[in-house]
Design a protein around this ligand. Structure first.
Ligand SMILES: Nc1ncnc2c1ncn2[C@@H]1O[C@H](COP(=O)(O)OP(=O)(O)OP(=O)(O)O)[C@@H](O)[C@H]1O
Ligand SMILES: [Mg+2]
Length: 256
């Protein structure tokens, strides 16, 4: 049996009196698209923040393959092979689409910071490599003709795709997407779903995706993990989850 891509064990995250995550455990199989769902405030983004090192969990562990990454700083976790996008669109407005993608590559480069990146021969080499990789990524997602556009000149759906592509530039084995389709039209959601599937099949990347649109989740994911009030209330195949009484109750209770 292949080792899991990610193992979350008895994870607890407290903020003062609030327990945002309470004893959450699950594994994520390599090559899978796993969805993380649950009502607003269930702890989904908090879980992402604990996995990626933005928060240090109060207790419990996170293993990336066999490596214990619990409590490591965010940049170290990014370098070890986990990329993410954020719930709110976070593109650099003053940079072109191509340049936004290039910033993703620098997260893995040895020069690191964008600042001063054009000054040494090593940094110039990295810049050229990043530019080439960014252009290749843009053609992969069918946006090469938008390389020089500013993000604000693109549709919202396209901007979310740029953010997704920027995360892919880190060449990570695992990518965490926090509501990649929020605010999208049905057509844009279908395009994004197709893009995620294409990436999974051609690059073999594993995904953990937070998404509120249940039909999209059912269609896209191999496995679903459900959180409610910081606890895991269900885990399994889409069809089982859809019919799980605890899941139905959680969604009805929250007015979904
Ligand atoms: N930095 C923080 N300080 C204090 N409380 C926090 C912090 N981050 C999250 N929380 C609390 O943890 C709980 C879970 O929030 P979280 O953002 O993880 O939910 P979510 O499932 O992502 O919700 P949504 O679907 O609305 O994005 C909430 O009660 C929230 O107020
Ligand atoms: Mg959230």
């Amino acid at each position: 049996m292949r080792e899991p891509m990610l193992t979350v064990s008895q994870l607890v995250m407290r903020f003062g009196g609030i327990t945002a995550l309470n004893d959450v455990s699950f594994t994520l199989a390599a090559g899978d698209i796993t969805a993380l769902i649950g009502p607003n405030g269930a702890g989904k983004t908090t879980l992402f923040n604990c996995i990626t090192g933005m928060y240090t969990p109060s207790s419990g562990q996170v293993h990336f393959k066999t490596q214990d990454i619990t409590g490591l700083p965010a940049h170290q976790i990014a370098r070890s092979g986990i990329a993410r996008t954020f719930q709110n669109l976070a593109l650099f407005g003053g940079l072109t689409v191509l340049e936004n993608l290039m910033t993703g590559a620098y997260l893995k480069g040895s020069s690191g910071l964008l600042q001063g990146v054009f000054t040494t021969p090593q940094a110039r080499k990295e810049e050229q490599a990043a530019q080439k990789a960014a252009m290749e990524m843009l053609s992969f997602i069918g946006m090469e003709d938008m390389a020089d556009a500013l993000p604000t000149e693109l549709s919202y759906g396209r901007q979310k795709q740029v953010e997704f592509a920027r995360a892919l530039m880190q060449k990570s084995e695992l990518v965490l997407l926090d509501e990649p389709m929020a605010g999208m039209s049905t057509t844009e959601k279908a395009a994004m779903s197709a893009l995620i599937q294409k990436v999974r099949h051609s690059l073999g990347i594993s995904f953990l995706i937070v998404e509120h649109d249940i039909p999209v989740v059912m269609d896209l994911s191999d496995k679903i993990v459900v959180l409610d009030f910081g606890q895991k209330i269900a885990e399994g195949q889409p069809l089982d989850i859809q019919n799980d009484p605890a899941v139905i109750a959680a969604y009805l209770g929250s007015g979904h």
